[in-house]
Write a protein that binds this ligand. Structure first.
Ligand code: GTP
Length: 569
């Protein structure tokens, strides 16, 4: 047990976690040189293409007589649930900060999560090889945050490997070995899982107590089900079969379950069935962004349902329920932790399950009370009742933490205030960086706030947020008519005082994007039966005389006359 270290790497997006993991894999000789490729632990093709980590990935390494279990985590705010689960499986964390960017919002958020779990945090400043690196300034920032001296912060280049060996040795020195006892009966925490078409559900576990071998009967405490363990093993990072998994180790248990519903992340696998033995598990975060997925081919409804259940296996924050629309058939209203999360799931459905989807606009969840005082949850504008049925409406608000260099503070504040944000607090993190705390409707955050903030601050500001509850709002439903026909999929819920502006904006945008027809197309925004904005797409004009080369003028007239008649018809 004394020779095991379990740790993960946490950081803001793109600060170099996966690259540092690559160097660890090199140094420990875990991956053969010829098989090595950049960001090796980003195993999904989608992760490699987008250059971001979406899923945590465990890997076991051997170094100097020690077994090191590393979990690489994602950095984007939408995937922070992955980070919190990884943290529950380890005793230490390397907190990585980019020397050119400094401490960012997710650095702070992840540090807080690690401290909550009482983990040993080892701070390191990465990318010191870059010309634009502000190494000592960033070292000072992170040392202050972690409450350590500047000498204790590692200065590394994950790309060139500088000081990476020293950092790995510090992990062995500083991160405590697991405390658990092997002699107790088995208790293992499921922190992730995946579906294997041949072997069924594979649970990723951290064994807290006892040991587990194949052909052993175990209980899933939460689900009250028993199963025979098919196989146990480690990650190298592919799954490798072993004779047993012992307390303190991270590995997998192949359960043989064919139904994804049988395994719940956060559940405990135990030898005997005693509910009180269950480990604390995780709070599943509530989805905040809702998007409808319909299969393009309506016969693929069951395939989509199956695919969503399988994806939920290693992403418990994904929720979905049946929804049907006249024009689109049967589909699912899905709940996500953010817009990027929804885009990634849509992309995975397309790539991993070959399902082409019709996807609605992302929306938050509203709550209304009708005239009789009855509450209703509204997840899509299509479900919003006639305005006179709505007595009160509520929408989710979020608390936003923005880290911003002093020189861009003014622009960041301007942007936040223009989006109905209320400033709560402004504090300074260091001499050059401020922390702005704002409260604003979640609706504004999910529409590209991140990109807009980046663009007004030349890419320097970063943000993170959490939903803080529902607040009363004056909301109305804006309908859009295209050629006098209501298009439910374009309807939106908007604040009453922004309805006219929004209506104008939408019809103008539609005019830019819709192709002209042979006849005039009216685009109208309608509020409570009244038209509040209108644009017209002019009819396409075909030059019917184009094929003529000179010739008699009467031939040209004849063609124009025929076109006139046709249009009238
Ligand atoms: P997410 O998982 O998406 O949060 O990203 P990440 O933190 O895993 O970052 P990743 O390892 O993908 O690195 C992001 C970019 O920084 C890549 O282009 C790396 O090549 C580059 N990078 C990482 N470390 C270094 C370094 O030490 N020096 C330089 N010059 N570039 C680095």
């Amino acid at each position: 047990m004394n020779n095991i270290r379990n740790f993960c790497i946490i950081a803001h997006v793109d600060h170099g976690k996966s690259t540092l993991a690559d160097r660890f894999l090199d140094i420990t000789g875990t991956i053969e040189k010829r098989k090595m490729q950049e960001q090796f632990l980003d195993l999904m093709p989608l992760e490699r293409e987008k250059g971001i980590t979406i899923k945590m990935q465990p890997v076991r390494m051997q170094y100097g007589g020690y077994t090191l279990n590393l979990i690489d985590t994602p950095g984007h705010v939408d995937f922070s649930y992955e980070v919190s689960r990884s943290l529950a499986a380890v005793e230490g964390a390397i907190l990585l900060v980019d020397a050119t960017k400094g401490v960012q919002a997710q650095t702070l958020a992840n540090l807080r999560l690690a401290q909550k779990q009482n983990l040993m945090v080892i701070p390191a400043v990465n990318k010191i090889d870059l010309q634009s690196a502000r190494t000592e300034e960033v070292v000072y920032q992170i040392a202050k945050l972690c409450g350590v001296s500047s000498e204790e912060v590692f200065r590394i280049s994950a790309k060139e490997g500088k000081n990476v060996k020293e950092l790995l040795e510090a992990v062995i020195r500083k991160v405590p070995p697991p405390k658990e006892e092997t002699e107790k009966p088995l208790r293992a925490l499921i922190f992730d899982s995946r579906y294997d078409p041949f072997r069924g559900v594979v649970a990723y576990v951290r064994v807290m107590e006892g040991r587990v071998t194949a052909q052993e009967k175990v209980w899933l405490l939460g689900g009250n089900t028993q199963t025979l363990v098919k196989e146990v093993g480690h990650f190298i990072p592919a799954e490798k079969q072993m004779a047993e998994l012992r307390a303190g180790e991270i590995g997998y248990i192949s359960t043989g379950f064919k139904e994804p519903e049988n395994i719940r992340i956060g559940d405990t696998i135990a030898k005997d069935f005693h509910l009180e033995q269950a480990l604390p598990g995780f709070l599943i975060p509530k989805p905040v962004v809702f998007v409808s997925f319909y299969p393009e081919d309506t016969d693929e409804y069951d395939v989509l349902k199956d695919a969503l259940s399988k994806l939920r296996l290693n992403d418990p924050s994904l929720s979905f329920e049946l929804e049907s629309k006249e024009a689109l058939g049967r589909g699912f209203r899905c709940g996500f932790l953010g817009v990027l999360h929804s885009e990634i799931i849509a992309e995975r459905l397309k790539r991993e399950f070959q399902i082409d989807l019709v996807i609605s606009r992302p929306s938050v969840e509203f709550r209304i009370t009708d005239q009789k005082g009855k509450e209703r949850i509204i997840q899509s504008a299509g479900d919003w009742p006639e305005q006179n049925f709505v007595q009160e409406a509520f929408e989710p608000w979020a608390k936003l933490r923005v880290l911003c260099p002093v020189e861009f503070l003014h622009r960041a504040v301007q942007l936040l205030e223009s989006l109905e944000g209320h400033g709560v607090e402004t504090t300074s993190l260091t001499e050059t960086t401020m922390v702005l705390v704002y409260e604003m409707p979640l609706r504004e955050i999910i529409i590209n706030l991140h990109d807009r903030l980046k663009s007004v601050t030349s890419g320097f500001a970063s943000l993170e947020y959490e939903v803080i509850g529902m607040r009363k709002a004056a909301l109305v439903k804006l309908d859009i008519l295209v050629a006098e026909e209501k298009r439910e999929e374009l309807s939106q819920i908007v604040p009453e005082d922004k309805a006219i502006y929004e209506g104008k904006r939408i019809v103008e945008k539609l005019k830019e994007h819709l192709p002209p027809q042979m006849f005039t197309v009216a685009l109208q925004a309608v509020l409570g039966g009244k038209i509040i904005a209108r644009e017209t797409i002019k009819a396409k004009r075909r030059d019917v005389t184009a094929p003529l080369y000179g010739g008699d003028v009467t031939r040209k007239k004849k063609l124009l006359e025929r076109q006139r008649k046709g249009k009238k018809e």
